[in-house]
Ligand binder design. Structure first.
Ligand SMILES: [Zn+2]
Length: 575
């Protein structure tokens, strides 16, 4: 057998030349290229733009992508768009009709709905681009309707011509090409694929590939790899897990992390089981079963209305107790029947869901429990993988990542972002959203104190290295950190200006449903702030928001998405 084994290895080694392993890069993120003023003026004078302005009227601020020559932002005095109280279907019909009407402007008429948030005063609909039915990666357009008026259109639409959309190679060959460049597959691994159009951007250039997008699971790893559907070559790939922290170490002590005082909080929205059916505790942790006769055996795991916690290193948290009708029953999750990380993840995910949900009452993803897995046998990280949030055990100088509220909120934020309107186009925006979901709750510029045993946080939104917009910072957490620094300062300024409570929460969180890239965040905030269906005449906090984006444009590059000049209503109010 030994000899046979050796022989087999020898034969394989000879017969198939070593294929280099694919170097998995970062997830995709926004490609924003500054455009010269002369280019913008030429685009404004262009037929489709002129026709839009003549036909729709009003005042519009347009910003065109310098390579695609399609608008990436249109912010205006508003177009009467739909009646108050329109349904999502009506809004979708109106949005698609609008895009078809201006197909020459957007370079395509082929868009499909990718989610919407519909409210009386402010609605947003996200559209995804197709080309002859094939999804175009990152091709998207978002329409924002304030008080029945279309005030903001943001996105990236690709004018694709002359691309053959019939693949020359099949999915099976694409999967084989991917297998050749990834770690060997083992039992339980799988691969799945779909045909897409992959725009490949470089400075001043754009190329389109018809590609097979293959998602490959290898044990705990997940890769997305693009294979040219005409030539069969591997184009690019990325690690699809949203890992969040790189290894160092900590043991900070405060209320939200390891070493803090253990505070008793309600186990709210927890599911319980009994022979009389199931019950769910309320926001204060209270629960009841119907019936009065005799004792009742009750059991529960750390499963609830908003999160199901799974322990990968030992039995799941389990509670079994006896309720008697004549006495009030106290169910307490303690060390006896659960681990701290299970309890902390249950609380972190539940509290975060309940915090965010009032801003998005129509989003059904918020009504379902998210799957959370604790104690992966790895250290110093946590991730979202498209269907669950995952936390690593303690070790190598890191605490158990499930025990840090900020980390739970951040990973939950990835899940929310993936299920809010739109798609994951800008990895850096996704990292920012995770941090945002955390800092609006903790009210702290530090993200993840207690992650490492040396007491330092994972990120600090007041870190001087992240205060000026820097297009060279491309790593997704670093690029997201830049926007976090701006929005953290806006958060503080808004509070100082008296914007608090639900209004502040909405102003901070609703842009998630509007902006698809970092460049879209500024206008998205204005749309949420708007009070009259017009984005050109100023919004209540426009200057405050603008001034922070301007203040953070301090290294020679202006923040993508902000106007080239101070808005007229802010000229005399610049800091
Ligand atoms: Zn993240």
């Amino acid at each position: 057998m030994q000899r046979l084994g050796a022989l087999a290895i020898f034969v394989v080694g000879c017969g198939s030349p070593a294929v280099p392993r694919l170097d998995l890069g970062e997830p995709p993120s926004e490609w924003f290229e500054p455009a010269a003023e002369s280019f913008q003026l030429a685009q404004l004078a262009h037929g489709p733009t002129q026709r839009f302005l003549a036909q729709r009227g009003g005042t519009w601020e347009l910003d065109f992508d310098p390579v695609l020559a399609t608008p990436r932002s249109m912010r205006g005095s508003g177009i009467a768009f739909c009646a108050a109280g329109s349904s999502e279907a009506e809004l979708e019909t109106a949005a698609l009709a609008f895009v078809r009407e201006h197909a020459d402007l957007f370079g395509t008429a082929e868009l499909v709905s990718a989610g919407a948030v519909v409210e009386r005063e402010l609605s947003t609909i996200s559209l995804a681009q197709r080309h002859r039915g094939v999804p175009v990666i990152a091709g998207h357009l978002g329409l924002t309707i304030s008080r029945g008026r279309l005030v903001l259109v943001q996105g990236t639409t690709y004018p694709i011509h002359e691309l053959v959309t019939t693949p020359q190679i099949g999915l099976a060959r694409a999967v084989a090409a991917v297998r050749a460049v990834l770690a060997p597959a083992h039992a339980g691994d799988r691969d799945a694929g779909r045909l897409v159009i992959l725009p490949e951007r470089g400075p001043g250039s754009i190329r389109y590939h018809l590609a097979w997008e293959v998602t490959a699971w290898r044990g705990p790893d997940q890769a997305v790899v693009y294979v040219d559907a005409h030539g069969g070559s591997v184009l690019s790939g990325y690690d699809a897990h949203r890992y969040d922290y790189a290894g160092r170490a900590t043991n900070h002590v405060d209320e939200r992390t390891v070493g803090d005082a253990v505070v008793p909080l309600p186990a709210s929205h927890l599911r319980l089981h009994s022979s009389r059916g199931t019950a769910t505790s309320d926001g204060d942790g209270a629960f009841k079963f119907s019936g009065t006769a005799g004792p009742l055996i009750v059991s529960a795991n750390l499963h609830g209305a908003y999160v199901d916690v799974q322990n990968l290193d030992g039995p799941n948290a389990t509670f079994i107790g006896m309720m008697r009708p004549e006495s009030a029953y106290a169910l307490e999750w303690t060390e006896a029947r659960s681990t701290p990380e299970e309890r902390d993840v249950f609380r972190g995910a539940t509290v975060t869901n309940r915090y965010v949900a009032p801003v998005f009452p129509g989003l059904t993803w918020l009504d379902r429990p998210i799957l959370a897995k604790v104690n992966h046998k790895r250290t110093c990280n946590a991730y979202w993988n498209g269907s669950s949030i995952n936390f690593f055990a303690a070790g190598n100088g890191c605490n158990n990542t499930g025990r840090i509220f900020d980390v739970v909120a951040h990973e939950w934020g990835h899940g929310f972002d993936a299920n809010a309107p739109g798609a994951a186009i800008d990895g850096a925006l996704g990292e920012f959203i995770g941090d945002l979901i955390s800092f609006v709750q903790t009210h702290s510029p530090l993200l993840g104190p207690g992650f490492f045993t040396d007491g330092k946080p994972v990120r600090d939104l007041e870190d001087p290295n992240y205060q000026c917009y820097d297009p060279k910072k491309r790593e997704v957490h670093a690029a997201g950190h830049l926007l976090g620094a701006v929005v953290w300062d806006i958060f503080l300024d808004l509070e100082r200006a008296g914007v608090t409570g639900d209004r502040l929460k909405r102003l901070m969180l609703f842009p998630i449903a509007i902006a698809q890239t970092r460049a879209g965040w500024y206008s998205a905030m204005l749309a949420v702030d708007d009070d009259d269906g017009n984005l050109v005449n100023g919004t209540p906090n426009e200057c405050l928001i603008y001034n922070q984006f301007k203040a953070h444009s301090c290294a020679g590059a202006r923040w993508p998405g902000i106007p080239d000049r101070d808005p007229p209503q802010c000229v005399n109010r610049a800091p």
